[in-house]
Design a protein around this ligand. Structure first.
Ligand code: 0X9
Ligand code: ZN
Length: 305
């Protein structure tokens, strides 16, 4: 198997970031956006394949939840695909001609490291709570979108603990600060998770419909249909709150409310057979499916804006 068909330790991912920036000095830049609770650097890769002025941008983050290993694997896959197929594949060429891409390969490095060393099923980050011995905040409940209402917990021992206040965690604060500073260019926000095969969009923090619900639904539907046509695999799609459950404080809803009107969360393979323990032999298929969906939606965003 190739490098991209395996899961990688955090240390290997940091080496990969060094190598990919070193080998592609004009097209890939690493931007330090902050550091984690345990002081690990948070690097965003900026892909600029074409130097047009006033370009728009898309953002992809992976690995908010530590045990969802296919997510960081997808971020690496996406960067490699973009660099390899720009000027060969018409879809990725059109996308990269019109947009810069920001990729955060691992939003929760402390948790990811913990899943490699100690507990494979860890979800949250690794922050220490003031008034409890329990560790960790669910970073996807820590954003300022109906923060800590129904679907999140104020108990530090819960898997969906929302934290002490919105953006209390350095990981979510770093992402929120970066997006606030880049909101005039970023039109498309995407967060990669697993598992359950779903293409979700706002809102998850309430049962309200997003103002551009029809657009988002149409985009997700077209993406799911393409996956089904190419891979005979079923992805559900819809607004998060009605499709899975209420889950406030998520990055997608927060980014949407910031003004990034095309905001999605993808839940990659599978539907539960392996769950978070998706075998490496499935990485290429899971990533290719997700890639079709990213391309479909990105092309629609370019058309509409
Ligand atoms: O509950 C979550 O955070 C996500 N599912 S997961 O199994 N990967 O934990 C879904 C997130 C959907 N979006 C929001 N809740 N905002
Ligand atoms: Zn997740």
């Amino acid at each position: 198997s190739t490098f991209y068909e395996r899961y990688h330790s955090l240390e290997d991912i940091y080496y990969w970031i060094e190598r990919i920036t070193h080998d592609n000095p004009t097209t890939v830049k690493a931007i330090l956006i902050g550091s984690s609770t345990e002081k690990r650097p948070l690097y965003v890769l900026k892909l600029t394949l074409n130097n047009r002025p006033n370009k728009k941008a898309m953002w992809i983050d992976c690995g908010i939840h530590a045990r969802e290993w296919i997510a960081p694997a997808f971020c690496l896959w996406f960067v490699q695909y973009s660099l390899s197929y720009y000027n060969t594949n018409p879809d990725i060429t059109r996308i990269l001609d019109n947009m810069d891409v920001y990729v955060l390969p691992v939003m929760n490095p402390d948790g990811y490291e913990f899943t490699w060393t100690t507990n494979r099923m860890w979800r949250k980050n690794r922050s220490v709570s003031r008034n409890s011995n329990c560790i960790g905040v669910d970073l996807n409940r820590n954003f300022d979108a109906n923060w800590c209402t129904e679907g999140a917990s104020s108990d530090p021992c819960s898997e969906i603990y929302c934290g002490a206040f919105p953006e209390s965690e350095p990981e979510s604060e770093a992402v929120a600060n970066f997006l606030r500073n880049h909101k005039s260019s970023v039109q498309f926000y995407l967060s990669i998770h697993s598992y359950s095969q779903m293409l979700l969009f706002p809102y998850s923090c309430s049962l309200e419909e997003a103002e551009n619900h029809r657009d988002l639904l149409e985009m997700a539907q077209e993406a799911a249909q393409k996956i089904q046509r190419h891979y005979r695999n079923i992805y559900k799609y819809g607004a998060g709150g009605k499709t899975i459950y209420l889950a406030p404080g998520g990055s997608d809803d927060w980014a949407y409310n910031l003004g990034i009107k095309y905001s999605f969360t993808f839940e990659l393979q599978d539907r539960g057979s392996y769950g978070f323990l998706l075998p490496p032999s499935q990485i290429s298929r899971a990533c290719n499916e997700a890639l079709i969906a990213v391309k479909t939606i990105a092309l629609k965003v370019i058309e509409k804006t």
